[in-house]
Design a protein around this ligand. Sequence first.
Ligand SMILES: O=c1[nH]cnc2c1ncn2[C@@H]1O[C@H](COP(=O)(O)OP(=O)(O)O)[C@@H](O)[C@H]1O
Ligand SMILES: [Ca+2]
Length: 495
Amino acid sequence: MDEQGGKNSWNRPVAIFLAVIAAVIIIMVAISVVQNKPLHQKYKYGIVLDAGSSHTSVFIYEWPAEKENNTGMVRQKHTCNVKGKGISSYSANPQGAGASLYECMEEAKQKIPAHRHPETPVYLGATAGMRLLRMEDEKASDKVLASVAQSLKSYPFSYRGARIISGQEEGAFGWITVNYLSENLRKPTGTLGALDLGGASTQITFVPQQNIESKDNSIDFRLYGNDYHLYTHSFLCYGKDQALKISMSKILESANEASKTDPIELRDPCFHPGYNDSKTVSSFFNSPCVKEAKPANENFVHVGLGNWSQCQQSIRKIFNTGNCLYTRCSFNGVFQPSVYGDFGAFSAFFFVMDFLNLTSGTLTTTKKKLEAYCSTPWDQIVKNHPQVYKKYLSEYCFSATYILTLLEDGYNFTSDNWKDIRFIKKIGDSDAGWTLGYMLNLTNMIPAEAPDTPLMPYEGYVTFIILFLLLILFLLVLVYFYFHRSTRTAQKDII
Ligand SMILES: O=c1[nH]cnc2c1ncn2[C@@H]1O[C@H](COP(=O)(O)OP(=O)(O)O)[C@@H](O)[C@H]1O
Ligand SMILES: [Ca+2]
């Protein structure tokens, strides 16, 4: 009896003690696991309106509420294209600019949960169309901005301003967008240059290897603890729509001098053979980019010739490659270091090259394909693409020739580094463009210093806790057997 009693008096309290410890640990761990579980993912939202020269787009972004400062966390949730032309086209009717935003802003109200509306920032940035309007008529551009501001304030979001952004901002924020989306910013690996082609301006931004000789072209950022020294330039009037106006006005001027016919015939190598359309002179002598004297005749006939190499010759005339006061220039006396690294080419660079299936291939094969395309008769082109908006369709030969000339003769890309240009629309779910970078900057979502090591994700945390629990149980079992054995040894010794 004594022996039994001796064994029990050792084992039972130890077993009870260990069981209590195990129960307490299990309960604590269970509470901790339940408490740390993200209830359900909470999102925050931001809205940016890209008021471009040709049209306005509304971008809605979303990101997990607790992860604002991590790279790659913000994604595009929705886009809406505002009906009609860009806001600068409302100069004679400014109220129309604000009213035009109605449908897309109503859509934004539907897409963003109502309880988030008051804290959702909304920004409008206007680009080159409004820069040109401001140059021509500052009062009119102020009225258009006031009209869109008034409209945006009438929505339940947090209005944060409507302004004309500078060319440097447009270039730099495009660069931030593509590098944020490619998750290049927290790694020591290289960055992606940004090439943006709009209707009224074009931007080039990259981290150069050479010194930046003009301070207007230099922008510094400190992002996630890394310093970036960027080269950027925005060429006003060198978007594809303004470039077409300049190019046509130059051909028209010489046609006007030579021709006695009325209306004048504008024989254009950049349009397809068989293309023939009556146009008015005022429809393109209506921009501060066009410097040529306006011909007296109001009407002219636009006749296509479909000659790619002549087209390129005529486009070259709009790039002035002399007069460089620096060690190297792109054109019009603008300093540019040699292009370096990979580039993402987006917006109209993508629309045009994608439509013509020219997004891959060498510079030589690209030129060959384009030559064949430009010489295809207009009726054949229309037959092949019955759905496509005729204005876009008629201009693709010009636009693509312009793109090749800008990249090769303007920015000095060569057949060797042509492959470094990637024509892209999106990275992941989000469009490449300046809007995302603009919002990230204004909401301080890219910190200058790298955030502390991110918290362990929930799944990792659960695994860690389970392993910890197994280890504790294993130790308890070991302790139990240790006492069990020492009790038995003690009993044997007694016997
Ligand atoms: O599907 C398309 N095919 C060809 N061009 C397009 C398409 N969608 C948009 N674009 C062109 O892209 C350009 C966009 O320019 P945007 O309106 O952003 O001007 P900005 O950036 O100079 O202010 C315009 O020239 C527009 O015509
Ligand atoms: Ca644009």
